[in-house]
Design a protein around this ligand. Structure first.
Ligand code: PTJ
Length: 245
C-alpha cells in the first residue's frame, strides 16, 4: 500500500483494504475479517473518514484510563494485527500494557502467525497462547484467555470485537475500551469507553494522548477519565452518521 498517495481522498480506506487482503494472504486475518472490514468501511464513509471530536475525547479518556490502570491489556485479533501492528506495539509500550492475541475464530496456526507478526513489529512479549483461563459464559474456543493476561486485567482494550465477547468481558468487571466504527454495535454499547473511529486513526491518537497526559501528570489523567461520557460519545457519532446520510 506504499504506492497510495497520502493526499488521495480515500487514502485510509485503500490502505485498510490492502492491509486486510495482505493479512488474509499471510494467514493472520480470517476470511470473516474481510466481511468485518467491509462493514466498518461503510460506517467510516458515513462518518466522513475522519476522527470526529467526540472520538478524540474518547481516545483521550482511553489513554488516561490505560495510564491509570493496574494491569492494562491490549487485545489483538486478526484484523487488528493486519491493520496496526506497529501502532499497537507502540501503545503497549507507552502505557505499559500487555499485548494478548485473542481470536474469535481461534486456530493455533493463526495464533502463531499473529504472535510472530507482532514480534516482527517490535513486540517483546505476546500473550495468548497459554490459554490457561476462560471468559465465563462463552463457548470453548472463543473463551480462551491467559490467566496472567486478559483474565487478570483491570482495563482491556478490545478493538473490532464481536458483541458477545465484549459483553462477556464487561460482565467480568473489566473496564472495557472498544474501538469500533459502528456506534450501534453491541461492543460499542457495552464499553465504558467507546471510540467510534477507524482503528488506523484511533490507536496512534491514543498513544499521542497518553504521551501528553503522562507529561501533564496525575491531575490531568484523573480529569480526562472523569470528564468522559460514553452515552454522549455514542450519540455524537450517531448524529454525525445521520448528517452524513
Ligand atoms: O481475528 P478473529 O478470528 O478474532 O475475528 C475478528 C473479527 C473482526 C472477524 C470478529 O471479531 C468479528 O466477526 O467481528 P464483527 O462482529 O464483524 O465486528 C467487527 C466490528 O468492527 C464491526 O462493528 C465493524 O463495524 C468494526 N470495524 C471493522 N473495521 C474497522 C472497524 N472498526 C474500526 N476500525 C476498522 N478498521
Amino acid at each position: 500500500c506504499d504506492e497510495i498517495p497520502a493526499d488521495h481522498p480515500r487514502h485510509d480506506s485503500l490502505v485498510t483494504r490492502h492491509r486486510i487482503e495482505a493479512g488474509v494472504d499471510a494467514g493472520i486475518t480470517s476470511r470473516q475479517g474481510l466481511i468485518a472490514q467491509g462493514r466498518g468501511e461503510a460506517f467510516d464513509y458515513l462518518l466522513g473518514e475522519e476522527t470526529i471530536p467526540s472520538a478524540d475525547r474518547a481516545a483521550r479518556a482511553a489513554a488516561a484510563t490505560l495510564l491509570a490502570a493496574e494491569h492494562p491489556v491490549l487485545s489483538v485479533n486478526g484484523n487488528v494485527a493486519a491493520l496496526v501492528p506497529e501502532a499497537m506495539v507502540q501503545l503497549a509500550e507507552t502505557v505499559d500494557a500487555d499485548l494478548e492475541v485473542n481470536l474469535f475464530n481461534r486456530t493455533e496456526k493463526r495464533m502463531a502467525a499473529i504472535e510472530s507478526h507482532l514480534e516482527d513489529h517490535g513486540a517483546r512479549e505476546v500473550k495468548g497462547r497459554n490459554a490457561d483461563a476462560r471468559i465465563p459464559g462463552l463457548s470453548h474456543e472463543r473463551a480462551k484467555v491467559d490467566a496472567d493476561g486478559i483474565k487478570a486485567a483491570d482495563v482491556v482494550l478490545v478493538p473490532l470485537e464481536d458483541g458477545d465477547r465484549a459483553q462477556a468481558l464487561s460482565e467480568m468487571g473489566k473496564t472495557e475500551i472498544v474501538i469500533d466504527l459502528n456506534p450501534l454495535s453491541r461492543s460499542a454499547q457495552v464499553a465504558a469507553i467507546p471510540i467510534i473511529d477507524n482503528i488506523l486513526r484511533a490507536v496512534p491518537r491514543i498513544t499521542d494522548h497518553a504521551r501528553d497526559l503522562a507529561k501533564a501528570g496525575p491531575e490531568a489523567i484523573e480529569q480526562a477519565r472523569t470528564d468522559f461520557d460514553a452515552a454522549e460519545a455514542l450519540d455524537a457519532a450517531e448524529a454525525r452518521i445521520r448528517d452524513g446520510l
